[in-house]
Design a protein around this ligand. Sequence first.
Ligand code: URA
Length: 247
Amino acid sequence: MSNRPQRLQKVLARAGYGSRRACEQLILRGRVRINGQVVTQLGVQADPQSDVIEVDGKRVQLPEEHTYILLHKPAGVVTTRRDAHAACTVMDLLQGVTAAVFPVGRLDADTTGALLLTDDGELAYRLTHPRYGVPKTYLVEVQGEVEEAALRRLREGVILEDGTTAPAQVQKVRILSDRKTTLLRLTLHEGRKRQVKRMCVAVGHPVVRLHRERFGPLTLRNLPAGAWRPLTAEEVAALRRTVGLSS
Ligand code: URA
């Protein structure tokens, strides 16, 4: 939301002083000042960034506004804020985004799919913290025909060099017999480096293609590869709930 001049009652409502009606009453009762002057008329506009707005002598603070972007990351693009080798990065795809967003976690250069970018450090920290176990769902094409025993190992935990993986949900979607590959849908609750690829190699089925379908409550819907969209208010609220923040 922008911080251009707005009607005073709207600014007060955004700052948590109740409904617009209730805020109008605060104004009419002479409890609100702009730059030291009591305001009792309802048409007055205020700029929360440059005006000092007070209610009962207490400075009004607007909640911080953050930017939340969902990118459909295409293959060949690096998940980083800056790349010294001038490879194409996810930041290069965010034409029109002015906020200082950064990627939440990472996808390998050859992985496609849902990548969240934000300037909300607290939310990003929680979304990547193992304590919250935010689910991430991948469509994975692997070499060979995957047998039940391999699926079970993926589900129950695979021993990797950095420890055994946590339980995961794994479904066999279909066998692509012409390509001699299997399509799996895998949901992980942790996010170690190159985890899906390392898990699949460990059970004898190297990854051919990897696509992230879902990050927590977020899905791409019809977003084409290379495009981004801002999250809806409902999506931001759902993300916050996922990591125990009130919406
Ligand atoms: N696991 C991987 O191996 N690569 C990714 O990009 C994401 C998860």
